[in-house]
Structure formats: C-alpha cells, structure tokens
Ligand binder design. Structure first.
Ligand SMILES: [Zn+2]
Length: 257
C-alpha cells in the first residue's frame, strides 16, 4: 500500500497496529500482484461497443486507495438508489460537502432513474453493482457474470442519461479474475472496501460510527448502504461520522482508477 504519509499517516498506523492489520497489508500486496495481466481468454474480444461514450481500459486490480491522497476517505454507498433513503443520504453529503461513490444495481437504477440523475447532478460518481446483486456470482459461469455486468452497465447508462459507471463492485465482494478484467476493459475499475460498517445488519448508529472510528486506520474506502431495508441508522451514522472524519483531518474523495 502506498501509504507513506509520515508517522501520522496510514503507514504509521499500519506499522503500529496489531497483527490483524498486518495481515490486511499482506492481502493488499496480493491484490497489487493481481495487477499483472490475468491469464485466460480476454472478454475484450467479445465485448461490443459501449453506449454512452468512450470507455478506456483501467487497471484490473481491486482499488482501495483514494484520489484525495494519504488522508483521503472514499465514502461508498451501495445497493440503491432507493426513494426512501437515497434523498436523505444526498442531503447529508451535500450538507458536509462530501462527494461519494454510489454502487447502484441495474434493477434499482432502472426503477429510479430520477434518483440516478440526482446522484450524478450532485457530483457523485457511479459504480456498477450488477443487475441483480447475486453474491454467489463468482461461482457462476462467465456468461452469467458477463450478462450481470454488461446488462447493468446498459441499465445504469440509460437511467443516468448517458453517464457511465467509473467502477465495478462485485456484490458481496464476489469478484473473479474474469469479472475484473471485463469491467476494467469497459472503463470500470474494480472497487473494494477497507471498512465494512455492517450497517446492513442494523447494529445501531452508535455501532456504525464506532466501526468507522475503530477501523478507518485499515484504509480509506468505507462501505455504507442506502437500500435493502430500513437505513435510518445509516443516515444517522453518516450525520455523525462525516464531521468526525473532518475533525480528524481527513478529506473526502473518490477511489483511484
Ligand atoms: Zn451490495
């Protein structure tokens, strides 16, 4: 991890942290190693021309770092958009001047194109989170993975009015070398996370905030959800954790591509 921001930066925290974090650092270097060309047939050969403008090949490795640098934090919001919760999340992000990355599913994007357009208009970035959010897609045939990713790409471009997803996040982190290469060939950088707030399990806003405070030393990409159930705790946690991060000297940005 290129986190050498001095003793007070990420690197210092990693060095000073417990064994579990050391293991994470080893994992990160494995991901770096996966940046080498993936063997096997290339999906580029079969991918048709993309609607919605040019797509440029991006790196196939799973991104965690922030464009905002050593003190950058990437807020990522998954599984929406949802008419009950996405507008509330957008309000809080606007209030604190935070730009986030929304990992939307094809189904939700198609159902709520107005919300996708609002997300884009507010300056946030889109991430392809597949059509149907199948967390076992890494066990499925390549043709299935391809359909989940490319159909979602089309559905999101239609919903957004032509704006492309800049990232691809596999549901539940179920990436495969094939899906990463396919996404990267379409200009979508595979996107991981470092801090899982577990807001999906509704542990209470206090617990969600505490998880961010405890684990932000692990890395800059934080996972929240704006759909899939009652997200009142997520909304409350964001309202508290965004100013806390700011007070700690963090800035907000987008994941690297
Ligand atoms: Zn998800």
């Amino acid at each position: 991890m290129a986190r050498h921001g001095g003793g007070r930066g990420w690197y210092g925290k990693l060095v000073g942290a417990a064994l579990g974090v050391t293991v994470l650092a080893v994992g990160a270097s494995v991901w770096t190693a996966q940046a080498d060309p993936v063997s096997g047939p290339s999906p580029k050969a079969t991918a048709s021309a993309a609607p919605g403008g040019d797509s440029e090949q991006v790196d196939v490795s799973i991104a965690h770092a922030s464009e905002a640098g050593a003190r950058g934090v990437n807020i990522t919001i998954d599984d929406g958009p949802d008419p009950a919760w996405t507008p509330q999340v957008l309000d809080i992000l606007r209030e604190y001047g935070v730009k986030a990355t929304f990992c939307v599913t094809g189904i939700q994007a198609q159902a709520h194109p107005d919300l996708v357009k609002e997300v884009v208009a507010a300056g946030h970035r889109l991430c392809n989170h597949t059509v149907s959010h199948d967390v076992t897609m890494d066990k499925k045939p390549e043709a299935y993975q391809k359909k989940e990713i490319l159909d979602a790409e089309r559905m999101i471009i239609e919903a957004s009015g032509g704006v492309r997803s800049m990232y691809y996040r596999a549901p539940g982190g179920a990436f495969t070398p094939y899906s990463r290469e396919l996404a990267a060939s379409r200009g979508m950088r595979p996107l991981g996370w470092n801090v899982d707030t577990k807001d999906f399990e509704q542990p209470g806003a206090d617990a969600i905030v505490a998880t961010v405070q405890r684990e932000i030393a692990n890395g800059p990409t934080v996972l929240f959800h704006d759909a899939g159930g009652d997200r009142a705790q997520t909304v409350e946690a964001l309202r508290r954790v965004l100013p806390w991060l700011e007070e700690q000297g963090y800035t907000f940005g987008f994941p690297v591509r």
